[in-house]
Design a protein around this ligand. Structure first.
Ligand SMILES: [Zn+2]
Length: 363
């Protein structure tokens, strides 16, 4: 009798063991932004994914072989953007089924890594940061000291830039950039300059420098000049902040961008090179710097705002980090050139830029 009981007991145990090996219990479920992560006790053997379309709604179905819900109760309380319903339940003894109902197709449906199944919900594209607030959260810690800022004083050496009588752009940009470096360093940033003295550097050398040192942002300082053939209604006075964006430059999408007579990049290459991330950051930086220059300068001086603008300048294009170019004023304008030579004005102006940098990093 005892022997039989032991035999039955052993039989039961082996059966249970077999069951335990086959059943792959769902141990953890998490939903972070657009990712639904299911972690199982064992390695995931097999997933079947298919969709069913009905009345404009797509059912995304994921069947996990040997998946078992510990509680046995269907999970229904998960909510996500652009998802009508989300259920995780036992389809049958051997299959755990996840059903996502949505009007949207999935950019990328799922990924399996050992014990974890990651399902990408339709919000996939949307998790990229859009507002300035989100950008801050997404990329930056609150520490300044690890941020490297590349400053670029426009022109230099034999390239004098714009001029008005004896006043040269290259000297004004260097003087302002040196002041900006000092202020940013005081604030706790790391700063490198493409040139810190009056020497010639071509544009590629400047962007190569910035890319080699992997700056977090790049700021180029220039002084504007009115064109020889002036357009009567345009006021050639004030501050402009440039950044490069692909969005409104469809016209030049396939145009070759020339550099020293050579064809280097197409705008399309650029888009691939830097993508969405750099573009949205550059715009954010441009906005912050512009508004901070204006509010800071206007405490003491009157200044004309020419806004933020997009242009395919080489330094904005070939840098791998978010980059802007600040035209600090017009050398051709009588009032402005006077101010631009004034050390105090220069200081207040670059303080505005530094404040804009702070604001961009969320400080
Ligand atoms: Zn210039």
């Amino acid at each position: 009798m005892n022997k039989i009981l032991i035999f039955i007991g052993l039989l039961l145990l082996t059966n249970l063991n077999l069951l335990a090996r086959e059943n792959n219990h769902l141990e953890d479920t998490s939903l972070v932004s657009n990712r639904l992560k299911l972690t199982f006790r064992h390695r995931i053997e097999n997933i079947k994914y298919f969709t069913i379309k009905k009345n404009g709604v797509i059912k995304h179905v994921y069947d996990i072989k040997n998946g078992v819900l510990l509680s046995g109760k269907t999970i229904k309380n998960l909510k996500a953007d652009r998802v009508r319903s989300l259920r995780i339940g036992q389809f049958n003894q051997n299959v755990l089924r996840v059903v996502i109902e949505s009007k949207y197709f999935l950019e990328k449906s799922y990924r399996v890594k050992n014990r974890t199944l990651t399902i990408y919900l339709p919000a996939y594209k949307k998790v990229l940061p859009k507002t300035i607030k989100q950008i801050k959260k997404y990329h930056y810690s609150k520490k300044r000291h690890n941020k490297l800022i590349i400053l670029d004083a426009g022109h230099g050496g034999r390239d004098v830039g714009a001029s008005n009588k004896r006043i040269r752009e290259k000297n004004l940009t260097l003087s302002m950039t040196l002041k900006l470096r000092e202020i940013l360093k005081q604030m706790g940033y790391r700063v490198l300059m493409t040139r810190a003295k009056d020497k010639f550097m071509n544009l590629k050398q400047r962007t190569d420098f910035a890319n080699r040192y992997k700056g977090d942002i790049f700021i180029s300082i220039h002084v504007n000049a009115a064109p020889i053939k002036r357009t009567p209604k345009v006021k050639y006075e004030g501050i402009t902040v440039f950044y490069f964006s692909i969005k409104n430059t469809k016209r030049i999408k396939n145009r070759r961008i020339r550099y020293r007579g050579k064809k280097v990049y197409t705008v399309r290459d650029y888009k691939q090179m830097t993508g969405y991330w750099k573009r949205i950051h550059a715009k954010s930086l441009a906005l912050k710097v512009r508004s901070n220059i204006l509010t800071h300068l206007r405490k003491r001086y009157s200044v004309n705002d020419k806004g933020i603008k997009r242009k395919p300048f080489w330094v904005l294009l070939a840098t791998t980090m978010p980059s802007i170019l600040v035209e600090t004023g017009y050398i051709s304008n009588k009032n402005e050139v006077k101010k631009l030579q004034d050390k105090n004005y220069q200081r207040v102006l670059v303080e505005g830029i530094a404040k804009g940098v702070n604001s961009y990093f969320g400080l």
